[in-house]
Design a protein. Structure first.
Ligand code: PHB
Ligand code: FE
Length: 344
């Protein structure tokens, strides 16, 4: 998602000093359900008609396969995203940009206080290969894990085809800005992005741009509301404009952000339409901190040390504004940058 293509930095931080695991295995399709099962380190993954099962040396965990696939999908599409992707309060991944921690209970006080937590570290590309094969094998024909529930088929049942077109979608990452020459294109009826029915009242006109001669390739404007009204996915911020490390990542939201996102930097939210309610919890312990109801026009800055999950009862438009610098998480961990963007 909301990352530039190249966030690589030479130094990969490893705050828990974990050794890299290199055991990966794909087991053949089950005779009854038809699904493959997977191993990465000492984690193993299996699905059946309704559930995803994760086992670790410290315990087993079960999730609805709907919730699991909806969380796995963005973890794959966003390249493990910024910071932590909590699939639920127990299982998830933390991105160290080149390497990734996968954990069971490690960011849940109830598990850590009982010594029931388990964590391993992988090279990102190696764990990603397993995750990609899992989301492809476990997604049935007609189910799109990036779609709002009213717009997609169901994930349940025995293996039934696939939906590789949907699960291998390329995220939008503008180099400068949507619509610039040679950059990611505007959305139109003609290129497969009709206006979503929930946004059929959104103006579709485009601004007029009158560039001085010689500046035609430097000056650009587009109708962001029109662009967002044509998004075919939900909870999938995409980089629409870039100024150095300042990334505007607007997105359309409906139903539930399928992950509890643990930030590793501050991020600004500007609610462009409708309403989203955010549950905010401590990033490390999972203790509840706040409930924030954002209405159209509201602006919030989410701190770097929290996790959050949004609930959008109607399709809404949200602008997520990120500082994409790969240096920020380490500066925060070392106490050289603050957890909050403003102090009053
Ligand atoms: C976030 O974690 O900040 C986030 C993720 C996906 C969205 C919106 C916000 O669609
Ligand atoms: Fe976030």
């Amino acid at each position: 998602m909301a990352m530039k293509e190249d966030t690589g930095s030479a130094h990969i931080s490893n705050p828990r000093k974990l050794a890299l695991q290199n055991h990966f295995k794909v087991d053949p399709a089950d005779n009854v359900t038809g699904y493959k099962s997977f191993e990465a380190g000492k984690f193993s993954f299996r699905r059946d008609e309704y559930f995803a099962y994760i086992t670790t040396p410290k315990g087993a965990h079960t999730m609805s396969v709907d919730a699991f696939l909806r969380a796995l999908m963005p973890d794959v599409a966003w390249g493990f995203f910024y910071g932590t992707v909590n699939f639920d309060p127990v299982f998830g991944t933390t991105n160290f940009y080149g390497e990734v921690d996968m954990f069971y209970g490690s960011l849940n006080e109830a598990y850590t206080s009982e010594g029931r937590d388990y964590i391993e570290r992988f090279r990102s590309d190696e764990l990603m290969a397993i995750f990609k094969e899992m989301v492809s094998d476990w997604t049935n024909e007609g189910f799109d894990p990036f779609s709002a529930p009213r717009e997609t088929g169901v994930p349940w049942g025995a293996k039934n085809g696939d939906n590789d077109d949907a699960v291998s979608r390329q995220r939008v990452t503008a180099r400068r800005m949507v619509g610039m020459p040679g950059d990611t294109p505007l959305r139109t009826d003609g290129n497969g992005f009709p206006v979503n029915v929930m946004f059929d009242d959104v103006e579709q006109g485009q601004p007029e741009v009158h560039a001085e001669p010689g500046f035609e390739a430097e000056v650009q404007a587009f109708n962001l509301f029109g662009y967002l009204s044509r998004s075919d996915v939900t909870w999938n911020p995409s980089v629409c404009s870039v100024v150095k490390d300042s990334l505007f990542c607007p997105t359309t939201e409906e139903y539930i952000l399928p992950v509890e996102h643990g930030n590793d930097r501050c991020e600004w939210f500007i609610q462009l339409s409708d309403q989203i309610t955010w549950n905010i919890k401590d990033g490390v312990s999972g203790r509840p901190k706040a409930v924030v109801a954002m209405k159209a026009g509201d602006v919030a800055c989410m701190p770097a040390d929290i996790r959050h999950q949004g609930f959008s009862p109607k399709r809404s438009m949200l602008l997520v504004w990120e500082n994409g610098s790969p240096k920020v998480p380490e500066l925060i961990r070392e106490g050289k940058a603050p957890n909050v963007a403003v102090q009053f």
